[in-house]
Design a binder for this molecule. Structure first.
Ligand SMILES: NS(=O)(=O)c1c(F)cccc1F
Ligand SMILES: [Zn+2]
Length: 260
């Protein structure tokens, strides 16, 4: 099947061969230039309601580490801001760099961060399934949060402490009762623009909401992500999972709006 990755042969610069939309008009990530973003007075605040969210498991899909949620009802949603409906939380995952290397997907005035957290939500008001929503122009809303290195993050340990259980591609383990609210920064000020998935199939179905305030995590915590592998347990090649980020794509005339 379509094998893609982040290496020299199968990395972002070759994805267009199997996924021609890679050269489309609303691809992500992008470089955000704050003073070119238009401040939109009628852009209201973002509201996240993760209180009764139900994380199910954590897994290594060979591209990132993913925490999946029960999305059978509207208990964990994001709404407001640029969104016309509440969008249901489906999963979150991360992108990160190598040692000291940049690792975020979006950049701000050309500057990258050490990592980027993506909380993926889907429009269950308009679409019946996540799959259907993932191909619709207003199907997904992804909340992006930058991670910068600094102090230990008091709650990220909940995730880094179990990463050893999902070291290999295809591994999965229970991960219940985790509320991603604890990963949000204090300010919910954001930039928003219309874009795409940043991994194949690169569907142009994402309303991006990028928080301006990064969260701090320690170099040690970030290092734990780098002990994950892209490869399966029985694979004699041990490829460390790092630099799993797509670089910024052409803005193609899109407008980035700022909450304020
Ligand atoms: N990176 S991303 O947030 O665009 C993303 C999604 F939204 C959905 C699935 C995979 C994925 F990687
Ligand atoms: Zn992502």
């Amino acid at each position: 099947g379509h094998h893609w990755g982040y290496g020299k042969e199968d990395g972002p610069s070759s994805w267009y061969k199997n996924y021609p939309v890679a050269e489309g008009n609303r691809q992500s990530p992008i470089d955000i230039v704050p003073n070119e973003a238009s401040h939109d007075r009628d852009l209201g605040p973002i509201m996240t309601n993760y209180d009764h969210c139900t994380s199910i498991n954590i897994s290594n899909n060979g591209h990132s580490v993913v925490v999946e949620f029960n999305d059978s009802d509207d208990r964990s949603v994001i709404k407001g801001g640029p969104l016309d409906n509440p969008y249901r939380l489906k999963q979150f995952h991360f992108h990160w760099g190598g040692k000291g290397h940049e690792g975020s997907e979006h950049t701000v005035s050309g500057e990258g961060f050490a990592s980027e957290l993506h909380l993926v939500h889907w429009n269950a008001v308009k679409y019946k399934t996540y799959g259907e929503a993932s191909t619709a122009p207003d199907g997904l809303a992804v909340l992006g949060i930058f991670l910068e290195t600094g102090d230990d993050h008091r709650w990220l340990h909940m995730i880094t402490d179990v990463l050893y259980m999902v070291k290999y591609k295809g591994s999965i383990t229970d991960f219940k009762g985790f509320n991603p609210k604890c990963l949000l920064p204090s300010s919910l000020h954001y930039w928003t623009y219309l874009g795409s998935l940043t991994t194949p199939p690169l569907h142009e179905s994402v309303i991006w909401i990028i928080l301006k305030e990064p969260i701090e995590v320690s170099e040690k915590q970030l290092g734990m992500f780098r002990m994950l592998l892209f490869t399966e347990e029985d694979d004699d090649q041990k490829m460390r999972m790092e630099n799993n980020f797509r670089p910024p794509q052409p803005i193609k005339g899109r407008r980035v709006r700022s909450s304020n």
